[in-house]
Design a protein around this ligand. Structure first.
Ligand code: ADP
Ligand code: MG
Length: 337
């Protein structure tokens, strides 16, 4: 079920929280040039939870790294802009300025997030470290940490005294979220934060994020390879395939009436929801080799609804219903009828 975006006074002054336009990212070596993100356009609204979904290797982490301007070498953005309100284009602000924005205005929980903690320092000390590193009052940091830990339904006194190894995986993940929000960022990116957790803990984290988003006015980008994880909690979902967004819209709508055959395949592959016996053949095959030029629709070789035109024409994202876009010739034709 999608939720209405809460109306906030200051943040929602019309423009989105983050506007990515025409972003392309390549990993370039002497022998190959791999275009991992191709001409991607996406607007993140203030205080929304956007789920980014797609199979492993489709470019989700690279998209997150692009926003943080932390693409690992030899990757680099080759086109596009990432506008972040008054701060300007994140791809071109000076490195010192970007350094200040990181953690402070845009925070990220990286894939395999246990590593954010220093194993030999108590959590309380690590909170102080964060505040000190950003030139802020350590005691204020501890106050804010207490508030955030309470919001994540943990006992602040106990957590602040603990070492990371003294907490369970689910607890560590909550603490990581609280730590990421210490400096009151406008955007929090979570890259597969629940993949290592059991289903019950995953759902609890998602519910927590919905609450935190409203209470602390933060836009969330929740990255996962698992459609089921976000479909019931995100406001909108962006489905990625081979470096492209192939479908985007309100989560409930995408789930109910997916228009891109790849999205349909992802949904049909969710066990126990539409039933594993339905046509999951849609998901046979492999994503394309991104180091080779892709002619036509990147999903065409795997698509159960493929037409001749799909093999030569690369579909752009087109609006097929208000707020719902898909990059599929067939979906666009169905809409035009
Ligand atoms: N250092 C690198 N050199 C070349 N290709 C890379 C490098 N890192 C990632 N890739 C490629 O970029 C693509 C996207 O990777 P990634 O963003 O990690 O996807 P995801 O997070 O969706 O699994 C993959 O096809 C991967 O092979
Ligand atoms: Mg990844």
């Amino acid at each position: 079920m999608a939720r209405q975006h809460p109306i906030t006074t200051e943040a929602s002054s019309g423009a989105g929280a983050l506007e990515i336009t025409g972003l392309s990212v390549e990993y370039v070596t002497k022998r190959s040039r791999t275009r991992v993100i191709d001409n991607l356009t996406l607007t993140l609204q203030p205080d929304e939870m956007l789920g980014v979904v797609g199979e492993s290797g489709c470019g989700k982490s690279t998209l997150a790294y692009s926003i943080m301007r932390m693409i690992p070498p030899p990757g680099r953005p080759v086109a596009g802009a990432i506008r972040f309100g008054r701060h300007g284009d994140l791809l071109s602000v000076p490195e010192l300025y970007m350094n200040r924005l990181r953690g402070d205005r845009i925070a990220m929980i990286f894939q395999g997030a246990q590593s954010v903690f220093n194993p030999v320092r108590r959590i309380g000390r690590q909170v102080e470290d964060v505040f000190q590193a950003h030139g802020k009052d350590r005691r204020k940091g501890l106050e804010r940490a207490r508030e955030l830990l309470k919001a994540t339904q943990l006992d602040p006194g106990r957590v602040l005294k603990s070492y990371p190894h003294e907490m369970s995986g689910g607890m560590r993940q909550r603490v990581a979220i609280a730590m990421a929000l210490l400096l009151d960022p406008e955007i929090l990116i979570l890259d597969e934060p629940t993949s290592a957790l059991d289903v019950v803990s995953q759902a609890a984290i998602l519910e927590l994020l919905v609450e935190i988003r409203q209470r602390f006015h933060v836009s969330l980008i929740f990255i996962t390879h698992d459609f089921a994880v976000v479909s019931s909690h995100a406001d909108r979902i962006a489905v990625m395939y081979a470096g492209h967004i192939v479908e985007i819209g309100r989560a409930d709508e995408i789930f109910r009436v997916p228009r891109h055959p790849y999205t349909k395949g992802l949904i049909q592959a969710i066990p126990n929801i539409r039933g594993p016996l339905r046509d999951i053949r849609a998901m046979d095959g492999e994503p394309p080799d991104l180091s080779k030029e892709i002619v036509g629709c990147p999903f065409a070789p795997r698509c159960p609804e493929v037409m001749d035109a799909c093999r030569s024409y690369k579909p752009e994202l087109l609006t097929i219903a208000p707020g719902h876009e898909a990059a599929c010739i067939r979906a666009a034709m169905a809409e035009a009828q």
